[in-house]
Design a binder for this molecule. Sequence first.
Ligand SMILES: *Cc1c(COP(=O)(O)O)cnc(C)c1O
Length: 422
Amino acid sequence: MTHLTLDDCRAMDARDPLAPLREQFELPPGVVYLDGNSLGAMPKAALARAQEVITQEWGTGLIRSWNTAGWFELPRRLGNKLGRLIGARDDEVVVTDTTSINLFKLLAAALRQQQRVAPERRVIVSERNNFPTDLYMTQGLIELLHSLGGAHYELRLIDGPQDIDAALTDDVALLLLTHVNYQTGYMYDMVDVTARAHARGAVTIWDLCHSAGAVPVDLNGADADYAVGCTYKYLNGGPGSPAFLWVNARHQETFTQPLSGWWGHARPFAMEPQYAPHAGIQRYLCGTQPITSLAMVESGLDTFAATDMQQLRAKSLALTSLFMDLVAQECAGFPLTLNTPVDTRCRGSQVSYEHPQGFAVVQALIERGVIPDYREPRIMRFGFTPLYIGFEDVWSAVAVLKDILQSKSWDQPQFHQRGAVT
Ligand SMILES: *Cc1c(COP(=O)(O)O)cnc(C)c1O
């Protein structure tokens, strides 16, 4: 490997066709923000949009805005906009609720679908180091079904991609995987894994929390069944912005979910006592949506307007590769263990290292204006968002990391103190 310099990084910025997109974001000066995989940066347009929603649509329009400002249509309209980033067609995606809640709907719908054709299939396969809420929601549904005297479902956890084939036995109803792992940044081959699951009679739920807006996704191309994801990470929708869910068109008409609120009703304003699901994707909704938060999702999605996922992917891989190379060059000799695939075919848009004092090192980085995050156990996570991160940012981040490791400045009491959110 040739020795990399700051000038090399600046030259990469000068050649980067996506560099101007950073102008769309409000980023504090002096900060290198490497946590867009946890909370995306704020699009400048979000402020004006928030003002419009609050003062005009809410303040002046009042209740009329449900019709006149398109509030009622928002989950579906945003779903269509988002769908283009994940290989969905129109009227296959809604933006609504949280990832956890949407997972519950999909898990229940997928189990019912399997119950009709293969009632002996009672196992849900997922990964031990999947994001915990995915496992918790599955456990909650299993517990609910069991406690009410219903079927006994089982959650079977695998240790990694190498275990999938062995786990897909003929009692498996459902394979629930996160496309890009939140700890390691490992990315599954969605086409291949979906085909293998189908060949074994299982249906798939893909969690796209670390994929949507981060890597190219083609849900229809993969012939996937169901998918969920959040909008506040790579999609820049704002803190706690509503999530999305996608259902393959072939499952739409049979989709039945237990959160059968009035927004999913065929005629919500007929106020009928009996639930009847909407004929289309509106049936995935539950109740009244958080409109101000939902409106911000659009500002986030609009930051993708001037590019496409292929261009973003090329830059994302260049950024993560540069980061790995620079850490190898500058920080050799420190106890850093790379957790992320070097093979670009199975790498998302983040790089993770384990360090025995990972938590304290991350706090020391944050104090110096380099913001990654920390995940148990010992994992330092660096997210690279090609929309607003440049190559010189990568250089600066590694320079600060090296300085902190060399000086051991992380070993101060304030860097060992934990807040409620890490
Ligand atoms: C961030 C994330 C979630 C978050 O779920 P919420 O319901 O929005 O809190 C779920 N799953 C994965 C894989 C995630 O990365």
